[in-house]
Design a protein around this ligand. Structure first.
Ligand SMILES: *Cc1c(COP(=O)(O)O)cnc(C)c1O
Length: 430
């Protein structure tokens, strides 16, 4: 730790309090557990920040990466192609919502969002519709690069940067309810607000960007499927593209392969990341419709090319991990298992949902947020510290305690996770 404190700057970390937070130094991972350098083990209750699918140290994924390493670690994807990239694109499209036919690879969730925003704008321009506004939702989160921050809506994270961001239009969050309001009423209200903006801007909105079914980083704010369907209908009516960010919700997290399946709609552009490589390596993708893709075709001189890419686009090691991950998801029926995990979390947290110290418990599939009554500064953090003493590692979003275990978690570990969090909340929030 002394060496860490002497040299590092961690993401989303207040370094004035970091030394006092007694950080864990992780040495290895196995299954759903992380082991520290003192030999303690912790259940990884948030999948190492929403990534891990089959757990840590999965023999099949390890072997796939090693095998690929024996052939090729990396080559550019600019003007070259390779089998792992092709294979992964085919596998992704085989699972994707109807109409998505093209895969563009990026590195992290944020960079997938950047690519999707540029694709949305450019494809419309090249079809003769030059609108440059993005419409997005309060409490939304799409990553930390400037384009992604521009379509974010969490003041604490994004407010500081407003002067250096793109011009956008913001509507309310479908997951933040007025007093006595139902989720269905709130969805309808935000859709009305969206309609007014789209009508008022008269074709200037090129895309509507949403996290489908749940705004994860905003505090696991769930909303009705009617909201997602309504966004699709408004995009069709006003000629805007529907961009869904499935970086958190995709790859089985909500108990379906993609969260948009709950609503039965298909977007024009869809991002995925986080669980794509099973929590192994950084890789993300944008899936696009043939219509969006076709808008980029032309002679080189026409300049209709998508001038965007990264040094490590479609890195073969990352692709190999993702292919092995998707194969395991299919052969082990991991998405159906994830739906069961979600139901089990629901049962095991029933008592908490009624506890006076809990404001609201929100969940879709395995994505669970337990909003506790603040009793001090950093109440959510205090609950997570108490859980750590019980052998469970979870990280909160403010005063929302997040549970998001690896999709493959079994019943005994789920009981440990939910039991430890239940006791910790009762200990901290009396
Ligand atoms: C985490 C997240 C991102 C950003 O992904 P990174 O890999 O951290 O850049 C984007 N969108 C959503 C919905 C996310 O949850």
């Amino acid at each position: 730790m002394a060496r860490d404190l002497g040299s590092l700057w961690h993401p989303f970390t207040q370094h004035a309090s970091w030394p006092g937070d007694d950080p864990i130094v992780v040495e290895r991972g196995e299954g759903c557990y992380l082991y520290d350098t003192d030999g303690n083990r912790y259940l990884d209750g948030v999948s190492s920040l929403w990534l891990s699918v089959h757990g840590h140290g999965v023999p099949e994924i390890d072997a796939a990466v090693r095998d690929q390493l024996g052939r090729l670690a990396h080559t550019t994807f600019l003007g070259l192609t390779h089998e792992p990239g092709i294979e992964l694109a085919e596998q992704l499209l085989a699972t994707a919502p109807d109409g998505l036919t093209r895969v563009f690879f990026a590195g992290d969730g944020s960079s997938a969002v950047e690519a999707a925003l540029k694709m949305a704008y450019q494809s419309r321009v090249q079809r003769g519709r030059p609108g440059a506004l993005f419409l997005h939702v309060a409490e939304g989160y799409h990553g930390d690069t400037l384009g992604a921050v521009s379509v974010g809506g969490i003041d604490l994270f994004h407010g500081t940067y407003r002067p250096i961001l793109l011009e956008t239009r913001l509507v309310g969050s479908p997951g933040v309810l007025g007093p006595g309001q139902s989720r269905a009423q709130r969805a309808a209200e935000v859709l009305d607000e969206m309609r007014a903006v789209l009508a008022g801007e008269d074709g200037q909105v090129c895309a509507v960007v949403v996290e489908p079914m749940v705004q994860a980083a905003g505090g696991m704010l769930t909303h009705e499927a009617s909201f997602v369907r309504g966004v699709r209908a408004l995009c069709d009516e006003f000629g805007a593209l529907m961009v869904v960010d499935e970086v958190a919700t995709g790859i089985g997290r909500t108990g379906r392969m993609w969260a948009v399946e709950h609503a039965g709609v298909a977007p024009d552009l869809m991002t995925c990341g986080k669980g794509l490589t099973g929590g192994y390596l950084p890789l993300s993708a944008v899936l696009a419709t043939e219509e969006v893709y076709a808008a980029f075709l032309g002679t080189p001189a026409q300049g209709r090319t998508f001038f965007h890419g990264h040094s490590y686009t479609a890195n073969p090691l990352c692709c190999a991990a993702a292919i092995a991950n998707l194969r395991l998801i299919e052969s082990r029926e991991t998405v159906a298992h994830a739906a069961w995990v979600g139901e089990r979390i629901g049962e095991l947290t029933k008592g908490l949902a009624e506890y006076a110290g809990v404001r609201e418990l929100r969940r879709i599939g395995t994505m669970t947020g337990i909003e506790v009554e603040p009793v001090a500064e950093r109440t959510g953090f205090a609950v997570c510290r108490a859980a750590r003493r019980r052998g469970v590692w979870v990280r909160p979003l403010g005063d929302v305690v997040v549970l998001m275990p690896p999709l493959a978690i079994g019943d005994a570990d789920l009981e440990l996770l939910c039991g430890a969090v239940d006791e910790s909340i009762r200990e901290v929030v009396r």
